[in-house]
Every structure is written in C-alpha cells, then in structure tokens.
Design a protein. Structure first.
Length: 255
C-alpha cells in the first residue's frame, strides 16, 4: 500500500461523494435528527434541574444518550452511503477498467474506506458542537461534565464507525446492485449489533462467542466509560478483517 495513491483515491472518492445530492441530504437529515435529540435530552435535564432533583450529570443524562443514539443513526446511514463504493462501478463497467489499471487493490480498498469513514466523521460534527455548548457548565457541580466519559464515548464512536465502514465496504464489493448492497450491509450490521440478544438468559457453550461478536456490547462498555483494550482490539480486528476480505474478493475476481 502506498500512502500517496491511497490518499489520491480517497480524495477522488470524496469529490464524487459530495457531487451527489445524496451526501448533502444525508448530512442535513443526520444534523437535524441529532440536534432534535440533543434538544429533547437537554430539555429533560433542565426539567429535572428546575424541579430540584439531586445528583444530576450532563454527561450521563445528555452526552452519553446522545452518543449512543448517534451510533444507531449511523447504523442506517453507513450502508446507504457505502452502497455505491463498488456496486455502481460494477454496474457501469468502470470497475473493470479500475481493476486493469496499475493500481494496487489495497490502495483502492483503503482509499474508498477512508473516504467513507471521513464522511461519517463529518456526520458527528453536530455532536461535537453540542458538547462544546455545554462546556461552560463543566465546573458546575449541579451539571458537571465527565470528560473521561466523553472521551471514552468519542473513542467508541470512532471505532464502531470504522467497523461499520469496513464491513459495508466488503458488502458493497459483493453486489453490482447498490440497493442490494445497502440492504445487505444494513442486515449484516444489525445482525452483528444484536447477535448477543439470542444468548440472553442462556449459559450454552457458544454464549461467550456471541457476546464477543456483538458490536453493540463492546460499544456499550466504552460508552459507559469502561475502557478495556480488548474492546479496542475487537474493533481493530473487525475493521482489518473486513478490509482484507474485500481485497481478497477483488483479487480473486482479477485473477
């Protein structure tokens, strides 16, 4: 993999992405939903504060739920935005030319992945702005901000969105139909997020396996401020494995 070529492909993909109205519509919708959620959470906090409730925390009552809801929103957004990474090029025949070009498949895959991940991170800017608006209350004991919890939640979003993007990049490489790629990506992400539910209340031999495979369970740990290197390693493994499978799939087609 060459950084220059990877960066060039990522820039080209971003330009193509923002040339489409879909990207701007998705950004607008995500921003509107995030701000509406933030307003509702903040209103609930203010109501409790005005009623004299004790032991209030902006981090636990506003920031943490806001970050958690963002992960749920992006579970829908990422498959939609990733569906054209390979699918549309397959359908138009452009991908055949791309595969024949003297470009490493790894550069193509990583470049497309980075462009998608960058777009997803742009969708998180409203959350950053929301947290900044609450920064003046950081020293107020009636509404303090737990920066450790916020950083841990931010790390959780970075890791889970990287995994989302890598998985849907692989799914997009499997189909020539964008809609099929989007639905397939959403189905896989939803399955991996809820896979541990089938093990609730059971103590079978595969219960620990289902718990470990769950995207949401590792995410919950980090968003609760429970930093564990095992959770970080899990997301890194999922991301790298999905990208590796994408490269292998494309290399198989090239041969």
């Amino acid at each position: 993999m060459t950084l220059h070529m990877t960066g060039t492909i990522a820039k080209l993909e971003l330009r193509r992405l923002f040339a489409s109205p879909l990207a701007w519509v998705v950004l607008a919708i995500v921003t509107a939903v995030t701000m509406a959620r933030f307003r509702a959470l903040l209103s609930g906090f203010n109501e409790l504060y005005n009623n004299g409730a004790e032991t209030l925390s902006l981090s636990l009552m506003v920031v943490q739920p806001l970050i958690a809801s963002a992960a749920g929103i992006l579970l829908i957004v990422v498959p939609i935005m990733s569906m054209r990474l390979f699918s549309e090029e397959r359908r138009s025949g452009v991908f055949k030319l791309l595969r024949a070009a003297p470009i490493r498949l790894t550069d193509i895959v990583i470049g497309k992945f980075l462009s998608l991940w960058f777009f997803v991170l742009l969708c998180l800017i409203p959350i950053d702005l929301a947290i900044l608006t609450m920064a003046p209350f950081a020293g107020n004991e009636d509404g303090h901000l737990d920066w450790g919890l916020i950083v841990s939640g931010g790390l959780a979003l970075l890791l889970i969105t990287a995994a989302f993007c890598a998985i849907t990049t692989f799914i997009s490489s499997l189909s020539a139909q964008p809609v099929v790629a989007a639905l397939g990506g959403f189905a896989v992400l939803l399955l991996m997020a809820l896979i541990d539910i089938s093990a609730l209340g059971t103590t079978t031999w595969y219960t620990p396996i289902l718990h470990y495979l769950s995207l949401s369970l590792h995410n919950t740990h980090l968003m609760s401020g429970l930093f564990d290197s095992a959770d970080v390693v899990y997301y890194l493994i999922v991301t790298v494995l999905a990208l590796w499978l994408t490269v292998q799939k494309l290399d198989w087609e090239r041969q």
